[in-house]
Design a protein around this ligand. Structure first.
Ligand code: ADP
Length: 232
């Protein structure tokens, strides 16, 4: 069962065509790259999947309530400058209606550990490096246990080591049934973290290459699968 499905979706901004007749389905646990040059429609596709915008034509189908089960990560960190690390993450719980102090702590603390932020929980965004800020933003996106994580150029403002760390952390999280959609124009990441790669060009799906099967997987006849990650 697809988690979210786009059915012949076309999106115009005024008279500017951003996406043209796009049909795609996404499953739980998928790791999906959206690639393509600037202006190809990557951000538009993510805004439609996140249910933040509606298509001009066609349908975006998701279960009721899915909107609240989506975590977002962008190029900008968008942290609250006057709240510390812990509060920046906890606030996402409150927005989701979780107010009980102990429950918030039980959600935030493991993420602080996972993101390597435990010793920084009392610091303010101005005291953090770009990579640390993005790890706070990732924790904030994950604290509601999203079914879909949407990341639009999440490493655009990071140096290579910090970028690699963010990708590893997102990759780890995918192992928990979460669909992860990452838009990037940096093709290198698709090699380093193989997955399904959807390439957009001028608003159309130019290619959609499935990711490799989990290790050890084989075809029904027992022969090993070729690595499908290379795409076309
Ligand atoms: P990408 O993320 O691949 O760079 P976008 O989805 O941002 O591409 O943009 C696709 C096309 O839609 C571009 O031609 C862009 O100028 C246009 N577009 C995107 N957002 C808007 C908007 N809010 N208003 C007008 N045009 C937009």
């Amino acid at each position: 069962m697809a988690l979210i499905r786009l059915d012949h979706v076309t999106k115009y901004y005024r008279n500017r065509l951003a996406l043209s007749d796009v049909s795609l389905a996404f499953e739980p646990s998928e790791w999906v790259f959206i690639t393509g040059p600037s202006g190809a429609g990557k951000s538009t596709l993510l805004r439609l999947v996140s249910l933040a915008e509606r298509p001009t034509r066609g349908r975006v189908e998701a279960e009721p309530g899915m909107r609240r089960a989506i975590g977002m990560l962008g190029q900008e960190f968008r942290l609250l400058a006057d709240r510390n690390v812990y509060e920046n993450i906890a606030i996402a719980c409150r927005i989701a209606g979780v107010w009980e102090r102990e429950e918030i702590r039980q959600r935030v603390t493991p993420l602080l550990d996972e993101m390597g932020l435990r010793s920084m929980e009392g610091l303010f965004p101005g005291e953090l490096s770009a990579g640390e800020k993005q790890r706070v933003a990732l924790a904030r996106a994950l604290v509601r246990h999203p079914r879909i994580l949407i990341a639009d150029e999440p490493t655009g403002n990071l140096d290579p080591p910090a970028a690699a760390q963010i990708f590893s952390l997102m990759r780890q999280y995918r192992d928990r049934e979460t669909l992860v959609l990452v838009a990037t124009h940096v093709e290198d990441w698709t090699q380093r973290h193989p997955g399904r790669v959807i390439r957009l060009e001028q608003g159309v799906v130019h290619s959609d290459a499935p990711g490799p099967e989990p290790s050890g997987a084989s075809r029904p006849d027992g022969t090993p699968r070729p690595d499908a990650a290379g795409g076309i």
